[in-house]
Ligand binder design. Sequence first.
Ligand SMILES: [Zn+2]
Ligand SMILES: [Zn+2]
Length: 374
Amino acid sequence: MPRDYYDVLGVARDADEAQVKKAFRRLARELHPDVNAHDPDAEAKFKEAAEAYEVLSDPDRRQAYDTYGHEGLRSGGYAPNFGDFGSISDLFSAFFGAAFESAFGGAARGGPVQGGDIAVAVQITLAEAAHGKQVEVSYDARTRCSTCHGNGARPGTPIETCPRCHGSGQLQAVTRTAFGQMVRTAVCDTCGGDGRIPRDPCETCGGDGMVVELRRVQVGVPAGIADGQRIHVSARGHAGERGGPNGDLYVVVRVADDERFLRDGSDLVTVIDVPAPLAALGTTLDVATLEGRVPVEIKAGTQPGETITLGGRGMPPLRRGRTGDLRVVVNVTIPRRLTSEQRDMLERFAGTLTEDNQRADEGMIAKLKRVLAG
Ligand SMILES: [Zn+2]
Ligand SMILES: [Zn+2]
């Protein structure tokens, strides 16, 4: 014989809607499995309270019950249907859903979580940085298990409510203090916050639903990239948990030093050794560029530290802008270890030098400024 609904909720027969609601919430709070896991009757009591609330909170059902009692309700077509739920937790979430969780101060069970980001480094040469390159990066990433499709169960076996947290995904410790009830919440260590665990764990992933997989991804490194810049590849990081989106992949590009060039923004700087007599006479020498060696005219009378600019032989712009230049700095070398014949010739040559040979087109300080501005 079912108990009287007003007795179950502990309200008067003329209680209004708000009082009925309040009474049910108070009962539900007492019976919640996170608080009352030790009471084996909690589930039955909750079903009883839920049924009473379903009837008394609905004006038509309440009137039928007031007039005809339990029998009148049943013949009127109302049948409480709480029998199919696996546990009191499932019952709670079915009845209250997320609203219950927030109303009672607890967080909902672990929702979707985005997967973690992954960073990998790739090294390229300066020439590759100038021209752009397709590179393949490989890395380990958490990936949804293809055997169980991520649910962690051996195919064809059921997934059950976690016995430790009763499906809430959380463990709560309630302590009474002088300031009132304190509730600590932690993610359930048995189910990892899912609230459900497979009866037979998937053999591929051990029930985790995830496997670590070596992944290879083609990444286009754009021309003009600088050392240390990152390329963002969306959704190629670790797989998300509980249906969350994948993390992202960041490819950190290291541009290896090229002993022939220094990089100055989009310009490249290189040095060319010019023997002093050739600098005086003028000549044509090959100079290294990213596209191989090209001949460069050294004008007669070229001085140490003078710069020859090869337009457009630098680095391309990463996005917009102009391609940089190659600045060729002349390093006039003084011949060493002269033979006696060379010494004779140089001595005779030195004897012919005049002041006019030494006269610069600019003052020494102006020249220093130019060299330092490099
Ligand atoms: Zn699996
Ligand atoms: Zn659990």
